[in-house]
Ligand binder design. Sequence first.
Ligand code: ADP
Ligand code: MG
Length: 424
Amino acid sequence: MANPSRPVSGFEKLDLSPEMLRSLRRAGYAEPTPVQAGVIPAALDGDDVVGQAQTGTGKTAAFVIPMLELLDVDTKYPEPQAMILVPTRELAMQVHDEFEKLAHGSSLTCAAIYGGTPIRRQIERLRKGANAIVGTPGRVIDHISRRTLKLHDIDMVVLDEADRMLDIGFRPDIEKILRACPEDRQTLLLSATVPPPIEKIARKYMRNPQRLEFSPQKIAASSIDQYYFTVDQDKKFELLDKLIEREKPKQAIIFCRTKRGTDRIYEKLSKKYDKVGVIHGDLPQPVRNRAMSELRDGKIRLLVATDVVGRGIDVSTVSHIVNFDIPQYCDDYIHRVGRTGRMGADGVAYTFVLPDEGEELTRIEMRIDTLLKPAAMPEMDLVAPTARAVEIELDPESLREMEEKKAVQARLGRGRTGRRKRGL
Ligand code: ADP
Ligand code: MG
């Protein structure tokens, strides 16, 4: 029964079931985010969708809501009808939780299938039947080959963090899995970034996908203040230390390039600060899980991490991102920085740039169409004098990039020619 005193929410316009509307209210979701308003109707119509929207804009619910609406409620010991593939175990758990939250009050279930935990329990879980599964590719393939997971009933496949799932690391696994699914299934791809070559590959696995793009211009959320420091390698730790002292972050994630580097920073930080945690791909799964839940509970204030947690993880209390090492791929920058400033909260990101990493920084700035602001730490000498004198010989490729960079600067209405003089 419509209640005249309550305004019709945006979700009610999306033609959702009363059960779904009830659980959305219960979750506290009053209005659909733009990506939800776009993807949900298209998915309910049965269309394939490539959905791109910045981090923290509710892409998970954008596919979970139509999935819940389309799943069969009546089957008693169901084979899965929907499958979500994600790049990390942490993300598998998080998507699983979002599914359970939005499935509240219905009998629909989701099994999480990921590596690093005993396979026995997952086999038991799958035997009981699940309407949907969310998993990492390796473990999903493991279950397919053990015949503990059957995909013949799959109607919908979602690739979350699609660009990562289709890059060269995961693509062979994804191909194997998709070949095991019925051809007439529906396929949804979601990501903050979908570079053109990846989109081309994605189209091979889809049928006339609708491409839905939201705020493509400002890829990193605009509520994030983004700064860079030019700093020598051997000054980075001292700079990090001073930055923590100065900013007193409520919660920070410090991203490093390598697992060893991550461990080293963790050890040094924990000598001085309380509530320091570490997470990277070599740590046993229970340790990784504990770090994530301690981050969520606020028991960890400073988390040192590799890009393992840079993907999709939603912890809204993170106030600071520090890129201790500049990310190797510029899209990783977007994903890392997207860990803060979520759902309109404010965040700040600092990127440490070595004197010879100016090109990397420029590439990031071109990708996000925003210039990072230079930051200062007056009481420190960040760059040794010799490094300042280095002149770079430009090859034709770099010259082309410089031209593009100039075009970006012109568009942004700001000059950038002083950079090398300022230490790069
Ligand atoms: P993304 O995948 O785009 O990075 P997530 O799906 O992780 O974003 O969602 C980010 C946060 O926003 C989550 O905490 C989620 O519960 C919340 N959220 C999602 N949709 C809504 C909505 N319509 N209203 C309010 N909060 C929402
Ligand atoms: Mg996500």
